[in-house]
Ligand binder design. Structure first.
Ligand code: SF4
Length: 62
């Protein structure tokens, strides 16, 4: 599974980072970025939860 945060759609709410800060980090610009596009084994559920939780649909499975 691979994910990417659409930087133009993210509003920096922090929900994804709260779900798993090993997958998503808010950067200095206040926007979330995936730590790695490759979701580590065992992290898929958290990645899916973040996709569902994102209020703007900014997290895309790629
Ligand atoms: S949940 Fe969505 S809008 Fe909120 S910080 Fe993460 S990617 Fe951005």
């Amino acid at each position: 599974m691979k994910v990417r945060v659409n930087q133009d759609a993210c509003i920096g709410c922090g929900a994804c980072e709260q779900i798993d800060d090993e997958l998503f980090k808010i950067n200095d610009a206040g926007i979330s970025k995936e730590v790695s596009e490759d979701v580590a084994e065992g992290k898929e559920e958290n990645a899916k939860e973040a996709i569902d939780a994102c209020p703007t649909g900014a997290i895309e499975e790629i």
